[in-house]
Design a protein. Sequence first.
Lengths: 137, 490
Amino acid sequence: MSEIVKTVSRLFSPLIFLFGIYITIHGHLTPGGGFAGGVILAGAVVLGILAYGGEKFGLTGKKNKASASESLGILLFWFVAILGLMFGGIFFLNFMGKGIPFHIFSAGIIPLCNIGIAVEVGGAISVIVLALILFEK
Amino acid sequence: MNILPLFIALPLLGAFVLSLAKAKRTGDILANLINLCLLVLSFMLLRYGTLVYKIGGWEPVNGIPIGIYWVKDGFSTLMLIIVNLVALMATIFSINYMEKFTVKNKYYCLFLLMLAGMNGVILSGDMFNLFVFLEVAAISSYSLVAFGTEAEELEAAFKYQVMGTVASGFILFGIALLYSYTGTLNMADMARVIGAKSLRLPIFVSGLFIMGFGMKSAIMPFHAWLPDAHPSAPAPISAMLSGVLIKVLGIYALVRIMYNIFGMTPVLSNVLMVLGILSIMVGGVLAIGQEDFKRLLAYSSISQIGYIILGFGLGTPLGILGGLFHLLNHSVFKSLLFLNSGAVVYATGTRDLRRMGGLNKKMPVTGGSSFIASMSVAGVPPFSGFWSKLVIILACIFANRIGFAIWAVIGSIITLAYYMKLQKEAFFGSLKEEWKKIKEVPGFMRLSMILLAVLCLTMGLLLVPQIKDVILTPAVEVLKNGIEYGKLIL
């Protein structure tokens, strides 16, 4: 890619990543949430890969990391659900304090679930893009 | 503590942990352990009556359910037992069989995801939740069919995926229409609303569902993907697909919706019975000409699914009993036959019946168990298949549908014909020169085949009144109650 594309994506990629995190952790307050945030996180990664090409990053290692983060994200989600079973006796029970509405620390387990989903979706979409780039048999 | 969530949480945990695991034996140990737990848990469910589980503890408001319900009744208990039983046998078989594949942990990961999806479909009491779990199971099965990544397998998986997605489209469209008319997604609430309003819509939606779930269960006009997809998968997966997946995703969901939400009507009953007879005859006739071991079994699945649909379509208590009983029996003997085919492929490396012959001399366990399964599926007394076919045919006669009974008998004779052919070409006769050096398959593969063969011999006992009252009767009661289901759950 040309120098302009590289420079712009170098500048914007971290901002996009930051925006993804914002969307994720405000999922219970504003439109968006884990899935949308995860897609934006993956977008930042994909932008960097598209601008700089494969050589700079060592893509195979990246794919393994993305794959692992996908599994960890979904495990976090599972773990939150099972904690409800352990503490309240009901699967997916919102067992934590609900807090004050419209504050960032509120709504019990929902922000935690959102973070789990964001890591999972971000990892999964990165894995899909990387799998298409690497095309291994 | 209520044990219902464990049926979905345990296999999901296994799947996610295995996708991270590096050590080679992790999958063997974890998957078998989880499946054993699930089987024990599903037998424990027999002690309870109807259980309703509200996810997240969302209680109904003014008697209207707002959260997702999981419902366990007689019918779902029966399905859970058979699904987890076949899954355990398939994973025991996989320990040795999957050695030749490279990424065993990924295989078990997909396997457990598929199992979680099937358990979810069975337990779900919510239409959209059912659809989500159905997709989880279906998408895992697409990738499992392609697991060998050879050209033939990829082609079969692609075909399966396209047909499966079309089917899911019909189902989703049907669910959307139902939601727009009833204003609820909860199955029990839906049954109540439809019963109270006597809507005409369900006729159109029934058509959509028969197409969608019919494609998932490979009833006759929608069967084209099955003879490609089921033989291409690794043998334990073929056993899961033919043994339980088409029944859970297709027949269980269809029967649950038709009986418990719409209520059975004479038109629907006739449609199902005609489709059933068509499947029996076409599947049977096509099976006779096959020279590929697994392809023959796949056509036979279409034919046997016809009997199950015929029994359920009849709608009398005896017909439902026959359908359920044949569903159980078919799961056991068809998964056994697919495991046998896997054992033959493991030892000889070919699926072509013309190249085999006399394998009984070298592989007595495989040969013996496949003989038991073949006789069972062909309906020879005293094996299990005889009793369930007998109940279905008797139910047809008692309901004054003599024509259907005669077709079912002819279908059974055809079944006997192609299983005799299978036995003669593969296992009997003289041993060919090229197979002089083969050995019987390793221990775990033999173990699962022997266990399933024992079940084939003893499942006829399920008709003994004391045992029947524990396992089959509660399931028949659920379907006999029809749309009373709504009142029982809410």
